[in-house]
Design a protein around this ligand. Structure first.
Ligand code: 3PG
Length: 317
């Protein structure tokens, strides 16, 4: 029987699909520092972003045949090293794109109408100070008609573009690959119609200088893509969203930008120091935060679980 450790959780449907194929699936989390003693008994391990599978751990697990990442980013796994040891490494790149895109849109609307502040302040002073709060949130802005700059135009970037176009936004995309990308516009109302919009990849300069909103969708980077120099080039009052990885924006530069007014607000789902992000960023009045939940919808969790189960079944059978 193939023994699988699922260390960061898995949708029940995925677990069931594995058990139906006679896999032994253990879903009790093993703390990171105990993995070195416990992982060697498993044939496969399934993780999200919380568990780290580094070289030292891989070296202690000669029986390990597969490492599966439920999700997209594999920066928590020493992928090349594992592969050099003959271990299969897989992820689920498609399963959560729409969920991440919708979280970005949630942050855009929230910040455009100060909902993140209003949700905090209404319960405490909404009763005694209703008129003052109404006045302080009176300068909201429409999203329709504005320009969204998308840095990284892979699956998630394209899903975001598709939804943003549907909401009446203009989209500028930057990617390391050049050319045009045909973005499908999706709605049950367009059933049977193949409706796409062709987006030409722009330069970073164009994106930075012309966007009202900027959202990042690239893998983990060694150094920030958006630092002080890039922020200085942006339109004054830009709104930044990061649901990719914490280090893709320089957090010091972001705070400076927010304080100077160059950046009017930021929506952050990811942070440099997860799971203990810096407090001045979390508490900043112009920041709306969420705890790395881009892929955390019921639909994405299920897609991820089923895709993982199919991947494991295919590999071991
Ligand atoms: C990803 O890379 O798939 C996302 O950042 C989601 O991370 P999670 O699996 O920890 O929710």
């Amino acid at each position: 029987m193939i023994k699988v450790l699922v260390n960061d959780g898995m949708h029940q449907d995925g677990k069931t699909r594995l058990e139906e194929a006679n896999f032994q699936v253990d879903t009790n989390n093993i703390p990171q520092d105990e993995l070195i003693n416990r992982l060697p008994e498993y044939d496969a391990v399934i993780v999200r972003s919380a568990t780290k599978i580094r070289k030292e751990l891989i070296d202690q697990c000669p029986n390990l045949k597969l490492i599966a990442r439920g999700g997209v980013g594999m920066d928590n796994i020493d992928v090349e090293y594992a592969r050099s040891k003959g271990i299969k490494v897989m992820n689920t790149p498609k399963a959560s794109s729409q969920s991440v895109a919708e979280l970005v849109i949630g942050h855009m609307f929230s910040l455009s109408r100060f909902l993140h502040r209003s949700y905090l302040e209404m319960p405490t002073s909404g009763h005694s100070n209703f008129k003052a709060l109404k006045k302080s949130y009176a300068k909201g802005q429409l999203v329709r008609g504005k320009t969204l700059g998308i840095i990284g135009f892979g699956r998630i970037g394209q899903e975001l573009a598709s939804s943003a176009i549907g909401m009446g936004m203009n989209v500028i995309a930057y990617d390391i690959r050049d050319g045009n990308v045909d973005v499908p516009i999706k709605s049950p109302m367009l059933e049977g119609q193949n409706f796409t919009i062709s987006i030409k990849i722009s330069t970073m300069e164009t994106l930075l200088t012309k966007s009202d909103f900027i959202s990042i969708h690239v893998p983990s980077t060694d150094k920030p893509i958006l630092g002080a120099a890039e922020i200085a080039k942006m339109k004054k009052g830009v709104i930044l969203i990061n649901s990719a990885r914490g280090g893709t924006i320089d957090e010091d530069a972001l705070i400076e930008g927010l304080n100077s007014g160059q950046v009017s607000a930021a929506g952050l789902d990811v942070f440099v120091n997860e799971p203990t992000p810096r407090a001045d960023l979390l508490g900043h009045p112009k920041v709306a935060c969420s705890p790395h939940i881009g892929a955390s919808t019921v639909e994405a969790q299920r897609n991820i679980g089923l895709e993982l189960a199919d991947g494991l079944r295919q590999h071991f059978q």
